[in-house]
Design a protein around this ligand. Structure first.
Ligand SMILES: *Cc1c(COP(=O)(O)O)cnc(C)c1O
Length: 232
């Protein structure tokens, strides 16, 4: 990844924030409902600090190990947060619960159990999202849509976990209708679960560099953007 100057990075942030606001406007949504998660996998700490100075406050990493190396000895300032957006192995849960403010990738019951155990040990209540494989791609992490209710129930019964909503990763395609159907599928599933369990589930983590505008039109509250901010 190329080193960005402060001017280049400032311009990219401005451009993305404008695109986020425009997409929210088109959907008749308040742009303040949509928050940018700056995905910093492969991005060095200097550039992350620069992004912080330019106003970004939520950072997303997809590997526990890489996040450890970048943030364990030098945490982000207290008004910034670090989200885990990638697959979480059970043997990394202890570290993850210490390092991250929110975990987007909760996709199986054994992981809920382990997160609850480690969060209880730390005396913390950890915000989580249930990751759903809406497009049912075999190589992809995330629970099947019909498994989400069971995970939600398990999370609700875990007193050290705070279930905030759902997350998905759309298929790698430029077909707008396919992308839209995936995002809409996550929103509808959220609405169903909300009604069934009588809980808020306010967050929908969906949309990346190639598809975040469609995701916002379909209800995203957290968009995870890497390449458009930091890429070549
Ligand atoms: C890398 C990554 C992103 C960001 O993707 P870009 O295309 O770089 O914007 C978002 N979500 C997850 C889970 C990722 O691993």
């Amino acid at each position: 990844m190329r080193t960005l100057t402060v001017e280049e990075l400032a311009l990219r942030i401005e451009r993305i924030e404008r695109a986020i606001a425009a997409a929210a406007d088109r959907a008749g949504r308040d742009p303040g409902e949509v928050r940018l998660v700056a995905v910093t996998k492969g991005v060095d700490r200097r550039t992350i600090d620069l992004a912080y100075r330019l106003g970004l406050r939520i950072f997303g990493e997809n590997r526990v190990q890489e996040a450890m190396q970048k943030f364990a000895s030098e945490p982000l300032p207290p008004d910034a947060s670090l989200h885990l957006i990638g697959h979480l192995q059970s043997n990394k849960v202890r570290t993850a619960v210490r390092l991250f403010t929110m975990i987007h990738s909760v996709d199986r019951s054994a992981l809920v159990t382990e997160l609850e155990r480690r969060a209880a040990q730390l005396g913390r209540r950890v915000p989580i999202l249930v990751q759903v494989n809406v497009s049912r791609e075999p190589q992809k992490h995330g629970c099947a849509p019909e498994e989400a209710a069971e995970l939600v129930q398990h999370a609700l019964a875990s007193s050290h976990l705070e279930l905030r909503g759902l997350m998905t990763i759309a298929p790698l395609t430029t077909d707008e209708e396919e992308l839209r159907a995936t995002f809409r599928g996550l929103r509808r599933l959220r609405d169903e679960l909300r009604d069934r369990f009588g809980i808020a589930l306010p967050e929908l983590s969906m949309g990346m560099t190639n598809d975040f505008e469609i995701a916002i039109e379909e209800g995203a509250t957290l968009v995870r953007i890497g390449r458009a901010l930091f890429g070549d």
